[in-house]
Design a protein around this ligand. Structure first.
Ligand code: SF4
Ligand code: SF4
Length: 198
């Protein structure tokens, strides 16, 4: 194959001094010095987290502090990397959640497996598992990435719940009234766009 050799243009006198390039660079630096900074001094400064951000999965409680998870294991079933393990158990008599059939005895989530896809949140019928805003997750041991139920609830906190279906007592036939008959607690009204606020 023929090879075409291109001749490099010789540098002019000013180009050989590099002064035009240095002045060009200083002009750009001076222009940006007077503009607002677009960088943050992380980790002292943190960026605002947009709504819908998929950070670490958490378990949340309802406004009355009750567990929302009913141990249905749907999240465990849909989780692609099998990061969730739910061990269901019966609700003790006299519990504030006595109207529920099951609750998790154990709920373990392996953040080293989690790919933050959000499928567990999509599948959960109780909006009990929520990917919230925690994104900077570093530990010095692999074991620290395994989050148990207590740790998941501690990071999840309480979110508004417009349904509060466990407040509806069963009637004589064992059925709960329709949602339309439900009177929601005032502090649990949904946001105007119907999205759970973070
Ligand atoms: S975000 Fe995705 S990978 Fe992580 S626990 Fe949920 S379903 Fe599993
Ligand atoms: S978090 Fe939701 S989907 Fe997972 S077991 Fe609990 S209620 Fe079911």
């Amino acid at each position: 194959m023929p090879v075409k050799i291109l001749q490099r243009e010789p540098l002019s006198f000013w180009e050989r001094t590099y002064l035009p390039q240095i002045l060009d660079g200083l002009r750009v630096t001076w222009r940006n010095l007077r503009r607002p900074a677009v960088t943050l001094e992380y980790p002292d400064q943190r960026p605002p987290i947009p709504r819908g951000f998929r950070g670490a999965p958490t378990l949340v409680r309802d406004p009355d502090g009750r567990e929302k998870c009913v141990a249905c294991q749907l999240c465990e079933f849909v989780c692609p990397p099998k990061a969730i393990r739910v061990t269901p158990g019966a609700i003790p008599a006299g519990s504030p959640n006595a109207a529920i059939e099951k609750q998790p005895v154990r709920f373990d989530l392996d953040l080293l497996r989690c790919i933050y896809c959000g499928l567990c949140q999509e599948a959960c019928p109780e909006a009990a598992i929520q990917l919230q805003t925690e994104y900077s997750i570093t530990h010095t041991s692999r074991a620290a990435f395994l989050r148990d139920k207590a740790r998941l609830y501690a990071s999840g906190g309480t979110l508004p719940d417009p349904i509060l279906k466990w407040n509806r007592p069963r009637d004589d036939s064992g059925q709960r009234p329709e949602a339309g008959e439900l009177v929601c607690a005032p502090h649990s009204a949904p946001t105007p766009d119907g999205v759970l606020p973070r």
